[in-house]
Write a protein of this length. Sequence first.
Length: 628
Amino acid sequence: MAASVQFKDPNREQQDFTGRAIGLFLLALLAVSLLVARMVNLQVADYEKYRTRSDQNRIQVQPIAPPRGLIFDRNGILLADNQPVFTLGLVAERINDLDALLGELRQLVDLNDADVETFKKRFARQRRPYEVVPLKVVLSETEMAALAVNRFQLPGVVVDAQLVRHYPLGALMSHAIGSVRRISEDDLKTLDAVSYSASQFVGKLGVERAYEKSLHGQVGYQQVETDARGRIRKVLNVQPPIAGQNLTLQLDVRLQEAATAALGERRGAVVAIDPRTGGILAMVSNPGYDANLFITGMSAKVYNALSASHDKPLFNRVTGGQYAPGSTFKPVVALAGLATGHTDWDRTIVDHGYFKLPGQSRKYRDWSWTQSNSGGQGVVNLTRAIYRSSNVYFYDLATRIGVDDLVHFAAQFGYGRNTSVDVVDALPGRLPDPVWKRGAKGEPWYPGDTVNIGIGQGDLLVTPLQLATVASVLANRGHWMRPRLLLSSDKPLLEWDPPPPMPDVAGVTAEDWERLIAAMEMVVHRGNLGYGQSGTAWAYIGQHIPYRMAGKSGTSQVVGIRQGETYNEKELSEFQRKHAWFIAFAPADAPQIALAVLVENGGGGSAVAAPVAREVVDAQLLQGIAAG
């Protein structure tokens, strides 16, 4: 049987081909449709999203730090300016391994462990994309050259020129004007994130802190095009920053130098005020420190030396030191006695060298008491009690006045609070009373507490700034001018409104003011007319003085002396010795300067602190006389 033969079916083949072609076409059309749909989605629906991502890789908006306002003294001498430096920073988005990069940088740049630890804290916080986080503020020329040579191996590393705060006079003005410090984690909780987006420092102390808003300025921005390594290729748009306001202070560098020289190597403080305006002319805390070290950086060894020093150069004694005022409080007690009618200028007592409360055996001694001689001033009226500083008279007077009336009157001079306009760091001191003692110590107020406060001892504490303010109020015969540092600014200030004026001291007659000041003049000018007749400061500063100065010395105990024991300075360590005070103003009839001088552990006030006051007043008045 013959085999069957199959013939091609052209129609069937045509149908199969057509079907396959249509299928492939539809498949291709679907693929093209998907591609078109995706392109439409990318180019239209998600255009803004992906353009933004692209721009972040190519275009950045960078904040520009505003130049900080300058600070001048009253004569136009520059106290704080801005210095151009090259800084090292890192951009997180361009770094793959931070620790490895830091290890490489340590081979090129001098970085200590504290620098790196501080940087890592800043690096870990929330920040803007591509924000530069500073690692080292000031690069040396050698470090800059090393970074430039190795830049291609250091992705994310940025070297940029910036302005940083600089204090041309260094330690001389460090405590007077304060300083800026690097922005900390705590600062970030209160500072405006936008305003400080380009700033590394913020005012932390003194004038820099008080007028931070005005000094800081307004941040600017620039839109830049960068390459893959983050280097700027083109600046597309700039909104320049607005510089901070320039401030002129009441401070006088010449007087600051005189006060610093007068203190020499001794620990202490000098505050000088123009009583006519309240302007603070000098504000010295000795020793000082160079605030530039906290900006440009210092080694751990240098910082430890500063912080561990027994002389405490970082401590501002003017505003933060609280000491018993000693006998400088006596003029206020005298006025309180006159105002309340518990004494007058003719009333006398017999000063035997000690005072006893009724029914008690304890003796409160005069400063002249010794084991072999009870001392004593003899018959003492109020004038003599002031110029000879009779403790016994003021023990007696304080108990007559009573603690409530005495504290109420003393509060009019600013004891127990910061009365300044703009010295924001100043502590309030302490004006104790029975309510305070019960709350602070859980004890009642004893009659002996009133005795002690009568000579400025016990729980009464003041700062040198407060005591200079008291001297200013005395110089003005009870009229108040709040102490202030600011003299003027080139634009309206952004800070708070100034506090209201202080009310003048009430209850004192014009005659009593003049007689008190005459008695304070005798402290300086009454010569040796016989035993016990000269003023306590006459032998040290009162001779050959070409103007009339009113003053009062004071001595503040650091350690207590038991009944029957004598204060022996030679047996005490340096830091257990008494503090020396002197307050003064001059010329006495029309004062141009009032001041307080503290010499820590200096011993007697007249012998140690009064000569410092004389040098400062000479620098203020005699130069003016010569210039005229």
